[in-house]
Design a binder for this molecule. Sequence first.
Ligand code: URA
Length: 202
Amino acid sequence: ERLRAARVPEPGDDLAAGLAACRRCPLWENATQPVPGEGPLNAPLMIVGEQPGDLEDLEGRPFVGPAGQLFDEVAARAGLDRARAYVTNAVKHFKFAARGKRRIHQSPTQGEIQHCRWWLDLERAQVKPRLILAMGATALDSLTGDRRGLLTRRGGVEQTAEGTPVLVTVHPSYLLRLPAIERAAAEAAFEADLRRAAEILG
Ligand code: URA
């Protein structure tokens, strides 16, 4: 809270340069680089995920790995144009545990989400989206302060503290982890959520 109070983000701030120097939490130490959001600064839609994955960490761009590919496929079916959206994450550095040559994703802690919310707040202040799509519990937590009951809240529209509408949905990585028998229905529900986002934006 002391850090959050130190300086209020301003729309002109250079996000990428600031992020590269970020020491608000220790996640920068092991990551290759921070991954800032990407997309038009006047985008009507902001899409928020959890944190960069292995490929995103190496490339420095959000949602370029398997979860991003699934998102792109379902979004295309739902009529949601990713090129018109600002795509970002609640946490900007990849958090992982090294297992030999593999880097295994680890969920960010509450403290890491809170520290990194400074950056998400800055992105929201710059982009001023009409709608935010929160994908998964970490995004929902960062945007609304409450991560509980994702599967009962999904498909609904909530609000940030500033009153920006937040459409709640699951994270595409969740779909990738589901057993085959559950996958089709879960993917259809995700598609319906993305279609709702497209409809709200008109
Ligand atoms: N998962 C996320 O939440 N964000 C990414 O950028 C990639 C995978």
